[in-house]
Design a protein around this ligand. Structure first.
Ligand code: 5GP
Length: 223
């Protein structure tokens, strides 16, 4: 793990995509909670801007920045978004500045974005991006979760089911696939992905210095 003070690194962009209702939001929340216990401040969630209506349970600035279409277009046109896409008839985009700041400070950033946004991040920042696609075990399971959530109207649920078919087709553009049969297992697998990605040699630019220091120490200890 990268918790030794001598080893610094650039952060990871961990991207999670799936059709609505595959359990991605729960996985995201669980990962953030658990990571914050083990490594406080190491993983942050990228809060997107959206033109979609706020759901009753959502909090401005926590789940999304809810903005007007005009404001969104201004952000997009001024280069303030790292990526953006139209999803289910609304605009969604990732504010650039918080992500760049986190990465340069060696913090990892979690993204809950669709395949269109993922493609843009891969094009721009391939070396920083790790992508995970979450699939539901069955189509019925997906529908049940959407209905159980009960925060969207029937028309919205129907549109999300139709869009799921398109989203599914992009699974093969991702680095890792999780079939979410069991939430706890999927969560453990997601953590394993993050842990392994953090340990990659290329993610530790100062490793040379660290090993040099080890060698010096070793020489001092060698009779
Ligand atoms: P929801 O409206 O259910 O919160 O999100 C709908 C879809 O938009 C989800 O698949 C979510 O991953 C995607 N999404 C949320 N924020 C962004 C974003 O900033 N960029 C892109 N490209 N997709 C996003």
């Amino acid at each position: 793990m990268n918790d030794e003070p001598d080893i610094t690194r650039r952060g990871i962009m961990l991207v999670l995509s799936s059709p609505s209702g595959a359990g991605k939001t729960t996985l995201t929340r669980n990962l953030l909670e658990r990571e914050n216990i083990d490594y406080p401040g190491k993983l942050t969630l990228s809060i997107s801007a959206t033109t979609r209506q706020k759901r009753p349970s959502e909090i401005e600035g926590t789940h999304y920045y809810f903005v007007t279409k005009t404001r969104f277009e201004a952000m997009r046109d001024h280069g303030e978004l790292l990526e953006w896409a139209e999803v289910h008839g609304n605009y969604y985009g990732t504010p650039r500045e918080p992500v760049e700041r986190a990465l340069s400070e060696g913090r990892d950033v979690l993204f809950d974005i669709d395949w269109q946004g993922t493609r843009q991040l891969i094009e721009k920042m391939r070396d920083d991006v790790v992508t995970v696609f979450v699939l539901p075990p069955t189509a019925q399971d997906l529908k049940s979760r959407l209905v159980r959530r009960a925060e969207d109207s029937e028309a919205v649920i129907a549109q999300r089911l139709r869009n799921a078919a398109e989203e599914f087709q992009h699974w093969n553009e991702y680095d890792y696939i999780l079939v979410n049969r069991d939430l706890q297992k999927s969560f453990e697998r997601l953590r394993a992905i993050l842990t392994a990605e953090r340990l990659k040699r290329v993610k530790m630019p100062n490793l040379n210095d660290f090993v040099d220091k080890l060698l010096t120490e070793l020489k001092a200890l060698t009779p």
